[in-house]
Design a binder for this molecule. Structure first.
Ligand SMILES: [Cu+2]
Length: 167
């Protein structure tokens, strides 16, 4: 029993020191493969749209959605056209009505190049060809004539940052 205990604590001690070494080795490597991430903002005003519609960012950057509308909105990605990570994402961003008067926010980090196409499930939906369309008279962006047809969607293009790291 004693012997077993001693052996066990030796193994534990070895594992702890191994973990420490792995941590030391891993952190500088992780820092150099990503540039210092910039944060980009996509605003959601009270007109049911993402502003800007399209963003180009570097791998390692973050994007923060800021919902200043009273209504809640959402960021939903579909695997059919998303190769930038966060596949199958469904995230609701509260509006000021449900968030004590404060803007709802949501931040994602994008770690590798690709395209992130997203839409709001309340103000857009996907058609049979996986294209965002307005869900009906109560959704999408209506023009002055009452027509609807612009779905609430957006695109983030994530590019490789290797060249910038070398500068
Ligand atoms: Cu919405």
């Amino acid at each position: 029993m004693r012997r077993f205990m001693r052996r066990t604590s030796l193994v534990v001690a070895l594992l702890v020191s191994l973990a420490a070494v792995v941590t030391l080795v891993a952190s500088p490597g992780g820092a150099s493969s990503h540039h210092h991430g910039d944060n980009h903002v996509v605003n959601i005003p009270d007109t049911d749209k993402f502003v800007p519609f399209h963003l180009t960012i570097n791998a390692g950057d973050t994007v923060t959605w800021v919902n200043s509308d009273t209504d809640k909105h959402s960021v939903v990605s579909d695997d059919a056209f998303n190769d930038a990570g966060h596949n199958g994402l469904v995230h609701i961003i509260l509006g000021t009505d449900d968030n004590n008067g404060q803007n709802g926010t949501f931040t994602l980090e994008f770690d590798h190049p690709g395209t992130f196409v997203y839409y709001c499930m309340f103000h857009a939906k996907l058609d049979t060809d996986n294209q965002p369309i307005a869900p009906g008279p109560d959704g999408g962006i209506q023009d002055n004539n009452g027509n609807f047809g612009t779905p609430m969607s957006g695109v983030i293009t994530v590019v490789d940052n290797q060249n910038q790291n070398e500068q």
